[in-house]
Design a protein around this ligand. Structure first.
Ligand code: FAD
Length: 540
């Protein structure tokens, strides 16, 4: 059991002496951007702390398409440098977190009157592989109609000309974020969820810290810091407003929705990236016995805290799927879960949201607040490198260069071996759901062994293991609420929601004892999970 700030039983001790740490760099926002900055800074030897107003990754970084990809469609917009950067970042992400970043083949069907024909698809994929430096064995292939239909038997064959078959990576955005935060903390960073930056402290008009509110013990805390980075994603402008520093460019939010269905409706071996009738591109991705697809791209100006999937969003995506795949006849009642996220794009009044650049930008206010906005999950490492360079140059913390290309998130390097070890350890348990080893490994990597080796506290091994997983997350990942555990630590609300009624009462009782909840509080926590499950399939 770690005795660091991510252990919920030790956090208060760290907060009590927070200003003794003499924080050099304070990060606002615990999404992938903030996480990447924390890891970059601490590995250069900078004293760093991160605060997150809700749970880690609860913003856009748990609501993406979950791909580590170069962004093929940005080629059309001639965003060559973005495609090159994200394409190359994929390889670092895979090398450093093989349990979280999985190679995934994508099929890009080519249809008559589509935006790209056979030769232009072949050329675009060739450039894509070239920019990303893809190895020979993984480079694109062009496949004919028969092979396309063999791989995608239900794809609408009318006007089909064949397909491009190319390589990307699939990930889990939340897990990637928390694993990066854990790595940063293991190297000396401080990271706290449920602490909201409310305003700034100044000395001679220059920011000298953050006034914050801690939501677990309900207390005000001031964080002194030499430099503050605003990595608040869709909330970046709200934080800039608190510093009275919104000038020039601002954010434009665009909502993207994903829906989840069972494989009895559509069974796929590979992901598909197809062009819908309105020329928008749709991803269809198999994951753990389910299929998810998306996304929409609509300008958003409602509550940033709770973007929702509307009936209109759901009908649009279902319609795209029904047109692309023969005879699947999807209907709203087939949706088993969904999520909606907000892209923090940098304002360009003259462009539709799908045409606005996904590049990140850094803004520096007169008070010294460094804000970073835009960007992609895939490019988190290089974005962090750029912004820490800026902070380091301004503040002269030290001369150390970025090291994150070579920081592995797993303890062991041989990842396949780790999966085998987990499988072998699970053999001793009877009646365990299939693929449990894969479930654990793709979330916790070699830390899965800690979960397995905790005491067995229930006669049903499936319940015993979920209790152990929760206890691990209390001690190592700062989990405070059942919904955070089921949404942001293991994604069960999206991909295994049928399992939740089987253990929720036992899990809630365990949490009540550990976290000293009242009976009332326990029931409220269960209610929040049930409300979430309902909202994810009932659209207004
Ligand atoms: P966030 O994840 O939103 O993090 C910001 C955090 O700041 C939040 O957790 C928030 O709670 C916190 N915060 C806000 N205000 C405060 C405050 N005052 N005090 C403390 N904390 C605060 N990229 C890819 O590479 N691949 C994809 O497949 C992909 N698909 C996408 C699909 C969709 C639908 C969307 C919307 C985006 C997608 N992206 C993808 C982009 C990617 O998800 C985002 O670029 C990335 O997650 C943004 O991360 P972030 O950390 O900047 O923002």
């Amino acid at each position: 059991m770690s005795e660091n700030c991510l252990n919920v039983f030790h956090r208060e001790k760290f907060l009590k002496q927070i200003n003794e740490y003499q924080i050099e760099l304070l990060i606002i926002g615990g999404g992938i951007t903030g996480a990447g900055i924390a890891l970059d800074a601490v590995s250069r030897g900078i004293k760093v702390a991160l605060i997150e107003k809700s749970d880690f990754s609860s913003g856009t970084s748990s609501r993406s398409t979950k791909l580590i990809h170069g962004g093929l469609r940005y080629l059309k917009q001639l965003e060559i440098s973005l495609v090159r950067e994200t394409g190359r970042e994929r390889a670092f992400a895979y090398k450093n977190a093989p349990h979280l970043v999985h190679p995934e083949k994508l099929i890009l069907p080519i249809v008559k009157n589509g935006t790209l024909g056979w030769y232009s698809t072949s050329f675009a994929l060739w450039i894509y592989d070239f920019l990303a430096g893809v190895g020979k064995q993984d480079r694109k292939k062009m496949i004919g109609i028969n092979k396309t239909l063999e791989l995608l038997p239900k794809f609408n064959s009318k006007g089909l000309l064949g397909a491009g078959f190319y390589s990307e990576y699939r990930s889990d955005d939340s897990r990637l974020t928390i694993e990066i935060i854990k790595k940063a903390v293991s190297m000396g960073a401080l990271a706290f969820n449920y602490i909201e930056a409310k305003g700034f402290m100044y000395e001679n008009n220059i920011i000298s810290g953050v006034r914050a509110y801690e939501k677990i013990k309900k207390q005000e805390i001031n964080f002194k810091a030499k430099c503050v980075i605003n990595a608040a994603g869709p909330w970046v402008d709200q934080v800039r407003k608190a510093d009275h520093s919104i000038k020039g460019k601002s954010l434009r939010l665009s909502k993207g929705v994903h829906l989840v269905i069972n494989t009895n409706k559509l069974n796929l071996k590979h992901s598909v990236y197809f062009e819908a009738a309105d020329k928008r591109m749709i991803f269809v991705i198999p994951r753990e016995g389910k299929i998810y697809f998306g996304t929409t791209d609509t300008i958003y100006s409602d509550s940033i805290d709770k973007p929702k999937t509307t009936k209109q969003d759901a009908i649009y995506l279902i319609d795209c799927m029904n047109k692309a795949f023969d005879g699947i006849n999807l209907d709203i009642s087939d949706i088993i879960s969904s999520w909606a996220g907000l892209r923090p794009l940098i304002q360009d009044q003259n462009k539709a949201s799908q045409d606005i650049s996904r590049k990140d930008e850094i803004f520096i206010s007169k008070s010294g607040l460094i804000s970073i906005a835009g960007g992609k999950l895939t490019a988190y490492r290089s974005m962090a490198e750029r912004v820490v360079n800026v902070a380091n140059e301004r503040m002269n913390f030290n001369k150390n260069k970025c090291k994150t290309k070579h920081i592995k998130l797993l303890k062991q390097n041989n990842h396949i071996n780790t999966l085998n070890i987990i499988e072998n350890q699970l053999i001793k348990f009877e009646k365990l759901n299939e693929n449990y080893a894969y479930y654990l490994w793709t979330r916790y990597g070699d830390n899965s062994l800690e979960i397995i080796n905790k005491p067995v506290r229930n006669t049903d091994i499936n319940i015993a293991l979920i209790i152990n997983e929760f206890e691990y997350c209390l001690e190592e990942e700062g989990v405070y609420h059942l919904i955070d555990f089921l949404k942001l630590r293991n994604a069960r609300v999206y991909f295994f929601n049928e399992s939740i009624p089987l253990f929720i009462n036992e899990l809630a009782e365990f949490a009540r004892e550990k976290l000293d909840w009242s009976e009332n509080q326990k029931n409220k926590e269960i209610q929040i999970v049930n409300d979430f499950l309902n909202e994810a399939i009932n659209f207004e």
